[in-house]
Design a protein around this ligand. Structure first.
Ligand code: GLC
Length: 475
């Protein structure tokens, strides 16, 4: 029975109820939001809101097996679907414990990634320096469970410090860095005590109660801080620390750690997910898109890979690389981005590399198509702010920061052609309207809150390409 068929006693559709709850959760998060404390951090926040489009990358040992990131180590999770029926928890864990010995992404080229990303309109990288499994994607001194570890065959490659290679390549193109760091760590004996991992029934939280064993917990805090300090001291400018879940961030001391790390880089944003306004400079809904404008800084993360039908419900989404997936088309990506940006947010779109270190060719092909579109339309996305009526029907809006130009994007359906006239909902007084694709001025009549805009005669009937944009100069 699919979730759609589950009707509750009141006759309401269970999915609708779940969707309403998710919207409610976003509203609550927004209500609890507080702006960062210092002018420098608020400047970073403005910068962050200008960037709009982040490339999220989950890369770790899990990519080799094409399985969900880290979660196969957690028995009380929902990851069994991806293994052959009958595979035991223990088999999965024994396999996982070998993975670092086969980490050899010989075709990894950070410059290729950065070029493809920049052209497609991405302006920052959100990279998993450490996911829940604890494997460090940088050359840390705190553990041997790392890309440059003694048993990792890639350790002597010039790009073996993957974090450094990626940060340098992306920064080299003017892109920003949001540093993903997992609060939980299944490899650290101060988080999952010796022997716990192989036991049945593992959970994502620490294997003990931190209140009962404060000394052990303190060691975990020290371990965490030492790692973060390396990353913040030795890896260049970090724009945001993006602390994913695993354990209670307040208990771990994430807000205090972030404050201390700001002695090194005072401008950094702290994005402690689920922080209820504490150390949460940006709210980060996951796989859920707000149904309207949200008036605090937000970033949604989701994946470009589309789970195959047979995977069933979308909760099986993997941020790690999966072999048998399709990818969103350029048009789907652009429409999603326009939806998010028009509601005032950023989109962090995840693409996971293959075990050989390349981004999947099928995803890159779509990014290349997106790049062509971006050449024309990127200026109406980056550096803009949301503008009423935000998102209505097939239109999505942005405006320049000074408010003197509003961009009304029109999102094409498949097979749709350019019409001769458009009724563009618009709340201001228009002075001049141009077709962003051609730069040509368009005739229009304004009546109330509608602009009736005549298309460029030469374009009428042409296939609608992703989206067009009316640039409206405001009186
Ligand atoms: C979810 C996943 C986690 C992933 C994160 C990215 O919380 O469980 O593995 O890193 O989403 O947003």
């Amino acid at each position: 029975m699919s979730a759609k068929d589950i009707i509750n006693e009141k006759g309401l559709d269970a999915q609708e109820i779940a969707a309403a709850k998710r919207q409610e959760a976003i509203r609550k998060q927004a209500e609890g939001y507080t702006y960062p404390a210092t002018p420098l951090q608020r400047e970073t926040l403005e910068w962050f809101m200008d960037q709009k489009f982040g490339l999220m990358v989950h890369w770790g040992l899990y990519n080799q097996m094409g399985m969900k990131e880290s979660w196969p180590l957690v028995d009380k999770a929902w990851t069994k679907w991806q293994f052959k029926p009958g595979t035991t928890n223990r088999e999965v864990k024994e396999m996982y414990a070998q993975l670092h010995r086969g980490f050899l992404p010989l075709r990894f080229d950070p410059d290729e990634w950065a070029d493809a990303a920049y052209a497609a309109g991405f302006r920052y990288l959100c990279f998993t320096t450490k996911h829940h499994d604890g494997f460090c994607m940088w050359d840390t001194k705190t553990t041997d469970y790392k890309v440059t570890g003694s048993e990792v065959p890639y350790r002597n490659n010039k790009n073996a410090d993957i974090t450094r290679a990626l940060f340098n390549a992306f920064r080299g193109r003017g892109m920003g860095i949001s540093l993903y760091y997992s609060r939980g760590d299944f490899s650290c004996p101060y988080y999952w005590e010796e022997g716990y991992a192989m036991r049945d029934g593992t959970e994502r939280v620490p294997s003990y109660d931190p209140d009962q064993k404060p000394e052990k917990w303190k060691k975990f805090q020290e371990y965490t801080y030492a790692q973060l300090k390396e990353l913040v001291s030795d890896y260049g400018r970090i724009d945001a620390l993006w602390y994913d879940g695993g354990c209670d961030g307040v208990k771990l001391g994430v807000p205090e750690m972030t404050e201390k790390l700001r002695e090194i880089q005072p401008h950094m944003l702290g994005i402690m997910r689920g922080g209820h306004g504490v150390c949460e400079d940006v709210i980060t809904p996951e796989l859920v898109f707000p149904d309207g404008y949200v008036n605090v800084p937000w970033e949604v993360c989701t994946v470009m890979a589309k789970p195959l039908e047979e995977y069933g419900e979308s909760r099986y989404t993997s941020f790690g690389y999966t072999y048998d997936v399709d990818y969103m088309t350029a048009k789907e990506v652009a429409h999603m981005l326009l939806d998010v940006v028009s509601k005032g947010g950023n989109l962090a779109l995840n693409i996971a590399p293959q075990p050989d270190g390349r981004l999947p060719g099928r995803a890159l092909r779509e990014l290349a198509v997106l790049s062509e579109w971006m050449k024309v339309f990127a200026p109406a996305i980056h550096g803009t702010r949301a503008a009423a009526p935000y998102r209505t029907g097939k239109f999505a809006y942005t405006r320049t920061k000074d408010g003197r130009r509003v961009h009304a994007f029109y999102l094409y359906d498949d097979g749709e052609r350019v019409a001769s006239e458009y009724a563009v909902p618009f709340e201001g007084r228009a002075r001049r309207v141009t077709d962003m694709r051609t730069g040509g001025e368009l005739a229009f009549v304004q009546s109330g809150n509608t602009l009736t805009v005549q298309s460029d005669a030469e374009r009428v009937g042409a296939p609608g390409d992703i989206a067009d944009c009316f640039a409206i100069e405001v009186e």
